[in-house]
Design a protein. Sequence first.
Length: 229
Amino acid sequence: MTIIKKYQAKISAIHNTIDGVYTVELESLGKAFKYEPGQFLHLALDEYDPSGQWPESRCFSIQSAPGEALIKITYAVKGQFTMRMQEELAPGKEVTLKLPYGDLFSQGHLKKNTVFISGGTGITPYLSLFTDSGFSSYERPVLYAGFRNKEMNLYTDQINAACKINASLEVHYIYQDQTGILDIEKILDASDKKTSFFISGPPLMIKSFKDYLSRQGMRADQIKTDDWE
């Protein structure tokens, strides 16, 4: 059983190379972070009072591999909470985290010809697996990563690191302004239909891709989604 722990953390760095998209690095001020690839956390901006209720928070996929000193998350400014993050977060600011949550990669799945499909920042939970040493156990995994344009792809360094851990990783970047959106029909046609499919991204994309795979005869246990939002 996963034990959820609270961590007092400090913002170590914030990277903002694209308007409205931020990558945040967080340092624990106490015990080391403990989580598995594919899990997520709750981040609270307001001070946590142990005698009261947990403050308003938001879930974020953990982008860094277990064992790294810092936790990394990426968020896009879309609502009131992320607008607060944009305004209030700065290096040195303290926040409270609760983690870990989720079981994306601890669910039983095939590790041969595994297909990973992501839209936008939906790639982040995959990176926590791809940059972990355990990723070497996968045989010929395939990533289809869709972005609005090349500038939105902030993850090439981590993908390059993943390719060093597992040289059989096949990577396909799909840029909407060049070749259109991710095409689940084409992805399925090019894939091993007996393997496991992971889908992460906007909720509508997850639903439509999952429904399509189901209609094509994929079993429910072959389709894994990161749709905790």
